[in-house]
Write a protein that binds this ligand. Structure first.
Ligand code: PAF
Length: 281
């Protein structure tokens, strides 16, 4: 496995691989890898000759009072996991090279990024789109793989790719869950034993909503109310949003729910830890 830190070297290497006719797949990450990320590597490997992963905690996607400084980091362990899971190249850029002093260019998607997480994290998707666009220009992948856990992020990136004509196919891999259902996330490492026990309620609540849907209920407000009620029964959990949106456009579903097209997405504070989850009805 190769580890590349310089932007020029990564770009030159990708150009050379493409000249050799190799298909490049790419999994951008912020590190502190867990089974969710590793499942993205599996999808990436199936899709290409060379799999590139990046590890970079992107300051541009954190708000001023968010957890950039505390965000968990474990580069050595991450590199070992990448090695074990057959990643060919890990791109480890330096903050000073990606965002040098005087950096002033950003990429904003202005529609799908507005609802859901866009309300409580107003600069998050600008930061994500900017870094992903930069990484695409450096890594030059044919295919890039994202996780369904960040469903809105995946939809926003798809739209950016379409709008800006990036020659990249976007794949979205299913959510990987802990045995009790909690969606895997690097931020789960912030949870203490009691918070961890209560956090599972978020997925259980989504399942209660799905149960209503599976039993024939098509009233979106009733389904959302059931989810909110189940989450709010736990003192530690505070709903940031629970919404039903079209999974591609992120537009609210108000009436007719088309099978397989409704994304029920939520963000919840578990004490001071912000968790997100979703499922598709
Ligand atoms: O999903 C993530 O880990 C990040 O938002 C990403 C896509 C790596 C951009 O920093």
């Amino acid at each position: 496995m190769q580890i590349i830190e310089s932007i020029n070297e990564m770009q030159a290497h990708s150009v050379s691989l493409r000249h050799q006719g190799k298909l490049i797949s790419f999994v951008p990450t912020m590190g502190f890898l867990h089974e969710g990320h590793l499942s993205l590597f599996e999808v990436a490997k199936e899709e290409s000759d060379v799999t590139v992963a990046s590890i970079f905690v992107n300051p541009a996607q954190f708000g001023p009072n968010e957890d950039f400084d505390q965000y968990p980091r474990s580069v050595e362990k991450d590199l070992e996991l990448c090695r074990q899971r057959g990643v060919d190249i890990v791109f480890l850029p330096k903050k000073e090279e990606l965002y040098p002093t005087g950096y002033s260019t950003y990429v904003c998607e202005e529609s799908l990024s507005q609802p859901l997480c866009g309300v409580s994290r107003p600069s998050f998707f600008k930061g994500v789109c900017t870094v992903v666009a930069k990484l695409f220009n450096i890594v030059r992948p044919d295919v890039a793989v994202f996780g369904q856990k960040d469903a809105q992020q995946a939809a926003v990136i798809r739209k950016m790719v379409q709008d800006l004509h990036f020659p990249v196919e976007i794949r979205v891999a299913p959510i990987v869950r802990e045995a009790d259902g909690l969606a895997m996330s690097s931020r789960n490492s912030y949870l203490n034993e009691f918070q961890r026990r209560d956090a599972v309620r978020i997925y259980q609540a989504l399942c209660k909503g799905k149960e209503l849907y599976d039993n024939g209920n098509r009233n979106v407000d009733r389904i959302l109310a059931e989810i909110i009620h189940h989450i709010s029964e736990c003192r530690r959990l505070r709903v940031i949003y629970v919404s039903a949106v079209d999974k591609d456009t992120m537009k609210p579903i108000t009436r007719t729910m088309v099978e397989g097209q409704t994304l029920i997405a939520c963000a919840v504070w578990c004490d001071e830890v912000r968790l997100i989850d979703n499922l598709i009805l």
